[in-house]
Design a protein around this ligand. Structure first.
Ligand SMILES: CC(=O)SCCNC(=O)CCNC(=O)[C@H](O)C(C)(C)COP(=O)(O)OP(=O)(O)OC[C@H]1O[C@@H](n2cnc3c(N)ncnc32)[C@H](O)[C@@H]1OP(=O)(O)O
Ligand SMILES: O=CC(=O)O
Ligand SMILES: [Mg+2]
Length: 556
């Protein structure tokens, strides 16, 4: 059991800081803030552990052939006549939300971007190294204080906040991720309680004074699988409100519906959080990942190429429609998701084609009844905003006008219907090329990257990984390009070798040598070929970015 706290941080009893000391980080890692995090950890740890055990139990049932379904025991919640607390005026209009990691320059750019909301991300878009996480907390504190600035020395450009900025939402990590640099009673802290606890502790007062108009702070909650997990968040929020002495229901959160089991729990999740809710969001990329993960034991539910699993697949459309119906019935926002296209600077025709795909995606969302959407890049905001404005006029949202009663008939079978499409060798190659490059970036501290003109983050990389795993496990035939070969360990080994050679050609020998491509390849290959599917790509990879101080570093 580790006992040596890094010299410099003043930690309360039972808390050991094993991350590098830095004076600036010490402003965040104060004794009182750490005490708050430790209190949350101690109060909620047994509930979190139980919720994770329930996930494992559900996985066991799905692996034995069970299908996810609505829970008869909570029919009363689905059929009951209740609504969530009214939407706070400050966030009634969420037509376009920009997302991005908690990196200093990007935070300023995002807040200044013209989007209605900025979702600052400790999750899919961030590699959770000690430096990234704690600097992210410093950056957010400066942003909430309104003092954040950044000097780009190379371009001699200083970045500061505009008078008018986006509303800030913060997305902590999922329940499953530990924070190995903070030990509480000898155990790694729960990552999301560290993210939430530190951010809330340092910012609630200023946030509410400067931005919240009586509400907030605001959060996005990722990767939940069941309403019991939402219930824990609700209790965490109540505990935080009590500590801060602010009214119950001040904290508001949007839950990402981005696991297949969670789509059968949308009413229940909103119900648990009804006094703290500000809607649900279609986290489409993790949702696709979760479809594969949930059906890992089902040989009859294999995915076609990743690029073919879009929002017009029946199971994806059903998910989005039911989410809209559920949210609007309960008086809450139904947020759309992320189109993966980003601006293509050096090719105007390709750029226009990418923008066109984004516009079509947003048009589908707004016409279906979504109240807003996500943009990965500031360059996409005008196009997204135009589509939502054109369709919604002056209305802040569509909660009262797009009830989507027709979606009440969506069935369990609609929500799990097999996606249609073909599997190709190029699909296998692209998964491999993208998965390895993403992981190489992640291992060196970057959690969202542009690859082949698309945004890639932890969620999209997960799809590449589990799709390769699924195709290998079931030895699928790649018949979409007429080759008719079966995916085998031999074939995959050759693909990995060839794709590594291609990556080296594309990035250049020097960058390849200096980067973490070989390590990434090893981790990715192991995860694609392991007999039992790892729950998360980032759980295993996390051990490679843990750097304990004082040295020698230890691994979890
Ligand atoms: C599945 C999900 O969970 S989706 C949500 C999680 N994913 C994300 O949040 C992805 C966010 N987006 C990004 O990280 C980036 O846009 C990338 C990695 C996709 C592309 O990055 P790049 O190619 O480096 O962007 P590019 O070079 O075009 O950036 C141009 C400018 O826009 C800024 N910018 C780009 N994306 C963002 C963003 N999301 N937020 C704020 N600023 C941004 C850059 O900082 C840069 O600013 P500068 O001109 O002042 O230097
Ligand atoms: O977090 C969003 C997703 O699509 O995954
Ligand atoms: Mg996600």
């Amino acid at each position: 059991m580790a006992k040596k706290t890094v010299v410099g941080y003043e930690a309360p009893d039972g808390v050991d800081i094993r991350g590098r000391y830095d004076e600036e980080l010490a402003k965040i890692l104060t004794k009182d803030a750490l005490q708050f995090v430790a209190d949350l950890q101690r109060e909620f740890w047994s509930q979190i552990k139980y919720a994770m055990e329930c996930r494992r139990e559900a996985k066991r049932r799905y692996n034995e052939g069970a299908l996810p379904s609505f829970d008869p025991a909570t029919r009363y919640v689905r059929e009951g006549d209740w609504v969530c607390a009214p939407v706070p005026p400050a966030v009634a209009d969420r037509k376009v939300e920009i997302t991005g990691p908690v990196e200093r320059k990007m935070i300023i750019n995002a807040l200044n971007s013209g989007a209605k909301v900025f979702m600052a991300d400790f999750e899919d878009a961030l590699s959770p190294s000690w430096e990234n996480l704690m600097r992210g907390q410093v950056n957010l504190k400066d942003a909430v204080d309104g003092t954040i600035s950044f000097h780009d020395q190379a371009r001699n450009r200083v970045y500061r906040l505009n008078d008018q900025t986006a509303q800030l939402f913060v997305r902590p990590r999922g329940w499953h991720l530990p924070e190995a640099h903070i030990l509480i009673d000898g155990e790694p802290a729960t990552g999301c309680l560290v993210d939430f606890g530190l951010y809330f502790f340092h910012n609630y007062a200023t946030f509410r004074r400067r931005q919240g108009e009586g509400f907030g702070p605001f959060f996005y909650l990722p990767k939940m699988e069941h309403s019991r997990e939402a219930k824990i968040w609700n209790c965490v929020f109540e505990r935080a409100e009590k500590m801060a002495g602010i009214e119950r229901g001040s904290i508001r959160a949007t839950v990402l519906i981005e696991t297949l089991p969670a789509v059968f729990q949308m009413d229940e999740i909103l119900y648990e959080l009804r006094d703290h809710s500000v809607g649900l969001n279609c986290g489409r990329w993790d949702y696709i990942f979760s479809y594969v993960k949930t059906f890992q034991g089902h040989s009859d539910r294999l995915l076609p190429d990743r690029v073919q699993v879009g929002m017009t697949q029946h199971f994806m459309k059903s998910y989005s429609d039911l989410l809209i119906r559920t949210c609007h019935r309960r008086g809450a926002h139904a947020m759309g998701g992320m189109a993966a296209q980003i601006p293509i600077r050096d090719d105007p025709a390709a750029n226009e084609a990418a923008l066109d795909l984004v516009r079509k995606d947003k048009q589908r969302e707004v016409r279906a009844g979504h109240d807003g959407t996500w943009a990965a890049h500031p360059g996409l905001i005008p196009a997204c905003m135009e589509v939502f404005n054109n369709n919604m006029g002056n209305a802040a949202n569509q909660i009262q006008t797009m009830k989507r009663e027709d979606a009440a008939n969506i069935t369990e079978e609609d929500l799990i219907q097999r996606p249609r499409g073909v599997r190709t060798m190029e699909g296998l190659r692209l998964n491999t090329r993208v998965g390895i490059q993403y992981l190489a970036a992640w291992l060196t501290g970057t959690g969202s990257v542009p690859l082949y003109n698309l945004m890639e983050d932890a969620a999209t990389a997960e799809i590449s990984r589990v799709q390769n795993w699924q195709w290998l496990k079931y030895g699928v035939e790649l018949d979409g390009d007429g080759l008719g070969v079966k995916v085998s360990l031999d074939l995959f080994g050759r693909v990995v070798e060839e794709e590594m050679a291609r990556i080296e050609r594309e990035v250049g020998r020097e960058k390849f040598k200096k980067g973490m491509y070989k390590e990434a390849c090893k981790i990715f290959t192991r995860q694609c070929t392991t007999p039992t599917l790892d729950d998360f790509l980032t759980l295993d990879a996390y051990n490679h970015i843990v750097t304990h101080h004082p040295k020698p570093s230890s691994r979890l």
